[in-house]
Design a protein around this ligand. Structure first.
Ligand code: SF4
Length: 407
């Protein structure tokens, strides 16, 4: 076989069959890895954009570099570079957590155009779980499904006091002291703070005393204020989200962080968002992983009002994941692929574009289900998906400590 660099699109030519393969095909062949691929096509030798060369040299990328990668870089080279750096930083394993999603209410004082989940209090299908109902679900999650983490998020309920959340967490910890409670995004914490007239710090301290171990990273959406104005309504600002996450980290509460992409944002908003995450993480070291979330359109106001007609193409999704890996390299080294939003097959591909984590089993996830996504899986299925792409499946806890390896 022979590698033929054609412009910036290398082609693999087989003398025996007379067939040629594009770089995309090559990435999925077992006999070659991304490192040798890049070398073979001259990566690190002036073939990629200057930004890609910088990334390959291990240099920190600027806003301008990020834009160049989003706008100009060849996708396959970008993916190969991100895969190569992922391998260097995180090895061959793909991690996930056994996590049960507990959506305690869908009642929400906000009404974000991006959301298919929220209801108003008098809607027929509005719900709010009691502490006893939450305990019943926690028992199923922990005893029957082997969950090590309860991921608890909901709407901005206008009538639930801080005691509702404290009672929920105390009751769970009384029965299951070792379960990790990862609950309430910075956006929810900020809302509760305003609603109950407590400072963010006071809310966090009281919840931590009641059993809160970590925060999920939702509600970040996109930090750019103009884009945010189009996709959210009644949610905290980006500054408030970042400040709440910072305060949580300073109190010893780790969190993940997210970015919702694939709606009305432009490449500059993606780059700006990731860099703001990078800067906060440099200060607090409080994020566990970065999760780029692909926007799901079905049943949202953005769909009904025709502002968005289709979901983003897979090529864009892969680009965002690869750029996330390169912009965050050496600062925040876990980049998660959320299979619920991407779909299981594209999630497998994304693991070759910089992803090293599959988030989790997400048992009982309701929010993306409301937007038409298939949210069911099992530990066995995640392990199979990872093994199919010749990577090692590793079950982790919330904080990325290894629980079990599936060889
Ligand atoms: S995204 Fe969150 S805050 Fe916005 S409407 Fe939905 S549940 Fe409420």
């Amino acid at each position: 076989m022979l590698f033929i660099p054609y412009k910036r699109y290398p082609i693999l030519f087989c003398f025996k069959t007379g067939r040629s393969l594009t770089l995309q095909h090559i990435l999925y062949l077992d006999f070659i890895d991304s490192a040798s691929l890049l070398k073979s096509v001259g990566g690190g030798d002036g073939v990629g954009t200057p930004a890609l060369e910088k990334a390959m040299a291990g240099q920190e990328l600027s806003y301008k570099d990020g834009l160049q990668l989003m706008n100009e870089e060849n996708l396959f080279l970008l993916g190969a570079a991100a895969d190569n750096i992922r391998k260097y930083l995180k090895g061959n394993s793909v991690t996930f957590v056994a996590s049960y999603y507990l959506n305690y209410t869908n009642v929400c004082a906000a009404s974000c155009p991006l959301c298919a989940f929220y209801r108003k209090g008098n809607d027929a299908d509005a719900f709010t779980l009691s502490t006893e109902q939450i305990l019943t679900r926690a028992r199923i999650a922990i005893k029957e499904m082997g969950s090590t983490e309860l991921h608890i998020v909901g709407g901005f309920h206008p009538k639930l006091g801080l005691d509702y959340y404290e009672n929920m967490m105390r009751a769970i910890k009384a029965e299951f002291p070792s379960i990790v409670i990862k609950a309430l995004t910075p956006a929810e914490i900020f809302f509760i703070s305003r609603l109950t007239r407590n400072s963010v710090k006071e809310v966090l301290l009281r919840l931590k005393a009641a059993g809160l171990d970590a925060l999920p990273g939702g509600g970040a959406e996109i930090f750019d204020p103009e884009v945010r104005d189009i996709i959210v309504r009644g949610k905290c600002s980006s500054e408030e989200w970042l400040d709440t996450a910072r305060q949580a980290h300073e109190l010893g509460l780790k969190s993940n962080c997210t970015m919702l992409f694939g709606h009305v944002e432009k490449p500059e908003h993606v780059v700006d968002h990731i860099l703001q995450i990078r800067e906060l993480h440099k200060k607090t070291r409080g994020f566990t992983t970065f999760i780029p979330l692909k926007f799901s359109l079905e049943n949202t106001e953005l769909e009904k009002s025709n502002i968005i007609k289709t979901e983003s193409p897979s090529t864009y999704d892969l680009r965002v994941i690869a750029v996330s890996r390169l912009l965050l390299a050496n600062v925040l080294n876990n980049v998660s692929v959320y299979w619920v939003a991407l779909g299981k097959k594209l999630a497998q591909v994304a693991l070759s574009y910089g992803g090293n984590d599959m988030v989790g089993t997400a048992y009982s996830e309701e929010i993306f289900r409301a937007a038409g996504k298939d949210t069911g899986t099992s530990i066995q299925e995640l392990v199979s998906l990872i093994k199919e792409i010749k990577r090692e499946a590793v079950q982790r806890d919330t904080f990325f400590n290894i629980i079990r390896r599936f060889n």
